[in-house]
Design a protein around this ligand. Structure first.
Ligand code: HH2
Length: 258
């Protein structure tokens, strides 16, 4: 899954693709590099970030989705938790909704997804992006994340989302310390109990930067290593900024581990 952030403030690529033409070119590049899905987002969720209105989010992503629907063959995903934004994106041809709140934010979202027969990524996060790093104490890290994801899956099923279209994501970096992120990575196989495909968003995240002492622009090799470990522990989808490098890594990792 290639990341396309149409925002001025995303943590690694903010401001690079907020012009629709630049976003389209980037999307075509990621498709050519071998992305299987493109995830288009109009609101940053980096730690401490502030939400934007549905109106602003739509204004950012809809012109891009309109262009991409005509030119891109791979499925389009929309990174949003707002029902109004999801509906508009699905109307423009998106087929997947990537929800960092795991359907906890607004009960209307699951219904929208079901109505459009779309897929959903339910991610685990503690609190909101503005507050999530304030409380990172878990009594039992895996038990808590798995229980919350199970609830998110149930929410989707109850709203009528097709069981085969639900993907789970432990939410690396969302209300977790660097050490907790590494523990989750090392035991990503535990999320198999949810019996859904597992998505891992590791690309350029700060816990990788902490290990190698690198700013966000220099985390590719660390991201690749984390991605390979995730594949070894059963990840089905990697959400990444650097598609070609991850595609090549995954081609080899898949052969080495299965
Ligand atoms: N991470 C980010 C955003 N959305 N969605 C899922 N399912 N999993 C993730 O790990 C995830 C996500 C943060 O990365 P990015 O989109 O690059 O930055 P920003 O939120 O600042 O736009």
């Amino acid at each position: 899954m290639g990341v396309l952030n149409v925002t001025p403030d995303s943590f690694s690529d903010g401001g690079l693709y907020d012009d629709p033409g630049a976003a389209e070119a980037r999307a075509l590049q990621m498709e050519a590099e071998g992305a299987d899905i493109l995830d288009v987002g109009g609101e940053s969720s980096r730690p401490g970030s502030k939400p934007v209105s549905a109106q602003i989010e739509k204004k950012r992503i809809l012109p891009v989705l309109k262009r991409l629907a005509r030119r891109i063959k791979i499925p389009l995903s929309v990174d949003t938790y707002k029902p109004e934004v999801a509906r508009a994106a699905l109307d423009e041809g998106a087929v997947l909704v990537n929800d960092i709140f795991g359907l906890r934010k607004d009960p209307a979202l699951a219904k929208v997804i079901a109505r459009y027969r779309a897929g959903v990524v339910v991610m685990h996060m503690r609190g909101t992006p503005a507050t999530m790093q304030r409380d990172t104490h878990y009594r039992d890290l895996f038990r808590e994340i798995i229980a919350k994801l199970r609830r998110s899956v149930r929410e989707a099923l109850d709203a009528g989302v097709d069981a085969s279209r639900i993907i789970v994501d432990p939410g690396f970096g969302f209300g977790k310390t660097a050490e907790q992120n590494l523990r989750i990575l090392a035991r990503l196989d535990r999320f198999a109990v949810l019996k859904r495909p597992v998505l891992a968003g590791l690309s350029r995240k700060s816990f990788i930067g902490q290990i190698i002492g690198s700013p966000v622009s220099e985390r590719l090799y660390g991201s690749l290593a984390a991605g390979a470990v995730a594949i070894a522990h059963g990840a089905h989808i990697l959400r990444v900024h650097d598609v070609l490098a991850h595609r090549q890594m995954a081609a080899v990792a898949d052969r080495g581990f299965f």
